[in-house]
Design a protein around this ligand. Structure first.
Ligand SMILES: [Zn+2]
Length: 203
């Protein structure tokens, strides 16, 4: 997986709109696990970029269709409560640039969360828009800051050359932030095989 790209080759969120299985829920984002050990209750949690809903193995398809969206909505509501607003993201970019790269005076025209699973962020220099993957909602602040700073530098330098690297190197906890992002992707890759996961959880 690449860190980002500064040219959008896909419309934002395009991968999420296709093949919706339930209203408002797209295939791939939600993993439903039928657990033989689970008798009655249903639980949901965020794992990687996905929401995992664990239901009893005997639950009917009709109940599943009714309950799963409810659990997903609950998780999203919890996340919204701890998520930075988009104006707060723009504010943070301003602070990071003032502190670490005062020579960059250009500011984004718009900063927004986007459902992006292949990238952590993107910066379109033509219209100065920055998009941040919603996988970073609830991430440690150093990891989010690292991605915000990376994309903000692209407002000024579009490639990942020496000039770019020299500025990015000013970020004080890059190693820790990178470790978080790498670990997140590793967990996500593990979850990309729901069949294998189901076997594991039902054994
Ligand atoms: Zn980049």
């Amino acid at each position: 997986m690449s860190f980002d790209s500064f040219r959008d080759d896909l419309p934002d969120g395009a991968d999420l709109d296709a093949d919706a299985t339930l209203p408002g829920i797209s295939e791939g984002e939600i993993v439903v696990i039928r657990s033989t050990r689970r008798k009655k209750n249903i639980s949901a949690y965020r794992a990687g970029g996905r929401i995992v809903v664990s239901i009893p193995a005997r639950m009917s398809k009709a109940d599943e269709r009714a309950m799963v969206p409810e659990m997903v909505a609950k998780i999203r509501a919890q996340e919204a409560a701890i998520t930075m607003s988009e104006s707060a993201l723009a504010q943070r970019i301003d602070e990071l640039l003032l502190e670490l790269a005062p020579e960059i005076t250009i500011r984004p025209s718009d900063v927004a969360w986007r459902a992006m699973r292949e990238r952590w962020g993107s910066c379109t220099s033509v219209d100065r828009t920055i998009r941040i993957s919603d996988r970073l909602k609830g991430a440690p602040s150093h990891a989010l800051d690292y991605v915000l700073f990376h994309e903000a530098i692209h407002l000024h330098i579009s490639d990942h050359g020496e000039g770019f690297k020299a500025i990015l190197a000013r970020f004080p906890t890059a190693d820790v932030a990178s470790a978080y992002l790498d670990g997140y992707e590793a967990a996500e890759t593990a979850l990309a095989l729901p069949e294998a996961l189901k076997k594991l959880l039902n054994k």
